[in-house]
Design a protein around this ligand. Sequence first.
Ligand code: PMT
Length: 399
Amino acid sequence: MSSFAGKNIVIGVSGSIAAFKVAGWVSALAKAEANVTVIMTEAAQRFVTPLTFAALSGNRVHGQMFAPDAGEEMPHICLAREADAILVAPASAQTLARLAHGLTDDLLATVVLAAQAPVLVCPAMNSQMYNHPATRANLKTLRGYGYHVVEPASGALACGEQGQGRLAEWEAVWPCLLRLLTPQDLAGKKVVVTAGPTREAIDPARFLSNRSSGKMGYALAEEAMLRGGEVVLVSGPTALAAPAGVRLKPVVSALEMYEAVLAEAADADVVIKAAAVADYRPAEFFADKVKKEKIDLSLKLCANPDILLELGRRKRRGQILVGFAAETGNLEAAGRKKLAAKNLDLIAANNVKADNTGFAADTNQLLLLSADGGSELLPLASKSALAAMLLDRVAAFLA
Ligand code: PMT
């Protein structure tokens, strides 16, 4: 599973009122068991005290190139060598200019220049400063160096103006940072994931559906994105927010999912169908709510198309097709039958009868069956951990 645990992350804080927000980020990373070291520019120390970051990170905060207590150490070299990733946030106009021009007149810019680790920059400043050609050119230069940038958000700024310049939210930043720390074995691959239930309308007030929460599919989409995939998530109605960096295609019914998936799958390298698609829909949709006293107690149904079956028919050479099988008994036999019938490379069979697997649970257990006869029972684990294990197998197929 992609994770911050054990990673050495250097955070460079520069002079902006948004510096206080980064205290929360340091705390979140420390809770995720990352080893965080903060470097503050002189200007940053006017907004937030180093003690705040030291307390939250559990590590000494660095601020000077030539600290009196540094002894023989060269902090810029030690910090640069140890970093698995460098996050510059908030990045002021001054710091962007320093980094773009390779200046070494403060510790932060010197560490970035000396490091080989990936760099993620989160600018924050007044919108005029942000849109000034000098700042735009500096950002272009930084992108040219291979640095990654999370654009600031638009809205009310601390200076009282409105515009683009607000430090991006942590929810947008952490996936970019984690992606820099994750092996990119799906880079350049288009991955289509389906998730959630479908709803089959009876009338404007009622529908047929199932207990899928979307957790399994969303975990797969997030993990595929972190591993560098270009991810499209075709999702039925769920209470979940789409992971940042994933393109969401919301659908409601099986017929809508059919259209969306077939359109996206045409040029996909990998398709993973974790959605619980309704096999049947009401044969008739009543335009007005059916009155209780008029209801006919038998509901006529008709079959929905089997999306995965159709994907199997259309499967291109080299495309990897992964299905799920929701079962209540004999996972192996039922899974193998679906694997063969739908022309899949891999199927993940799960028990939807137990409390800690299948629908809505945070955990799951998957029996992976492959077209070459392989069979592997993955352990009971979080859906995120299982998503990573499943994608390890997919990446191996692609390789
Ligand atoms: O969403 P969660 O709460 O996290 O729950 C996860 C899950 C239990 C929904 C998931 O792990 C799972 O098992 N998904 C598949 C559910 C299902 O519809 O299984 P099935 O055995 O009925 O279908 C087999 C495969 O055919 C599935 O990949 C399904 O997406 C696909 N299918 C089914 C019917 C249909 N009309 N079109 C399809 O594409």
